[in-house]
Design a protein around this ligand. Structure first.
Ligand SMILES: Nc1ncnc2c1ncn2[C@@H]1O[C@H](COP(=O)(O)OP(=O)(O)OP(=O)(O)O)[C@@H](O)[C@H]1O
Ligand SMILES: [Mg+2]
Length: 242
């Protein structure tokens, strides 16, 4: 199977310090895949590597790489990566503070293909997040934390991704917003967007995931379906406090 995303034994360093060791992972079309792991295990680094904000290094041990719809993508620029249809919602929120919600959303569809369908996509984003429509003329810096989170996700959707990388989308949200966020992720997925998710909310994440991986100290240590990992002894002990 070709898969929409295939990562083959990559090694990633910050300076001389190796963070990811022979990491492999696949996301098939229409899947939600979650990566779990303790703080500092390299989850965000993995997502940043996929969008070419960091480059994997040749180590001599591996001749692997990152493949998107069958084509090698490691080494492209982050902009080219977005143009191909991969979008990342990084940890925290990145919005243009002085711009209003609507202009922030429009900035999300800077690539030509996304721009052509911008107004239609905008309607879809407003349907997912009615709050953003209500607040469309409000400056981003005056939004609440949860609203800013919605805006960051909305901006990523405006680029019309086929693959969406989400780094802890539920972080800092109050419980009823968390539930809503996971529903929204599922809705986005059901519209045909493949999702690679990093989450601390392990239970929710596994419940909506087709498959999941565990990353520990920069190495993949466990892999299975969402259900298998939900019922796995090690996961229960380490992440679900059962
Ligand atoms: N720019 C950087 N320079 C040097 N080291 C870094 C850099 N960014 C991250 N690291 C280190 O790389 C390791 C992995 O970090 P990463 O952010 O990928 O972890 P994570 O799994 O996302 O953790 P968390 O759950 O806390 O978000 C950590 O030890 C971190 O300190
Ligand atoms: Mg992280």
């Amino acid at each position: 199977m070709k898969g929409i995303l295939r990562i083959d034994r990559i090694n990633v360093f910050y300076g001389d310090v190796q963070i990811l060791w022979d990491v492999s992972l696949a996301v098939e079309k229409k899947e939600i895949v979650t990566v779990l792991g303790p703080n500092g295990s390299g989850k965000s680094t993995l997502l940043r590597t996929i969008v070419n904000l960091i480059l994997p290094k040749k180590t001599g041990r591996s001749d692997g790489g990152i493949f998107y719809q069958g084509n090698r993508i490691d080494g492209l620029s982050p902009e080219e990566t977005v143009r191909l249809g991969i979008s990342i919602v990084p940890e925290g929120t990145r919005v243009f503070q002085e711009m209003n919600v609507l202009d922030n959303l429009r900035m999300g569809s800077y690539a030509k293909k996304a721009k052509e369908v911008r107004e239609k996509t905008l309607k879809e984003v407003y349907a997912l997040f009615p709050r953003l429509q209500e607040r469309r003329f409000q400056k981003a810096k005056t939004l609440s934390g949860g609203e800013r989170k919605m805006l960051t996700l909305g901006m990523a959707l405006m680029s019309k991704p086929d693959l969406l990388l989400l780094d802890e989308p539920s972080l800092g949200l109050q419980p009823n917003f968390v539930t809503r966020m996971f529903q929204t992720i599922q809705e986005i997925n059901q519209r045909g967007v493949a999702i690679l998710l990093v989450e601390q909310n392990v239970h929710y994440a596994l419940e909506i995931s087709h498959r999941a991986y565990v990353l520990e100290n920069g190495r993949m240590t466990l892999e299975g379906t969402g259900e298998e990992l939900l019922n796995h002894q090690d996961i229960k002990k380490a992440y679900l406090a059962l």
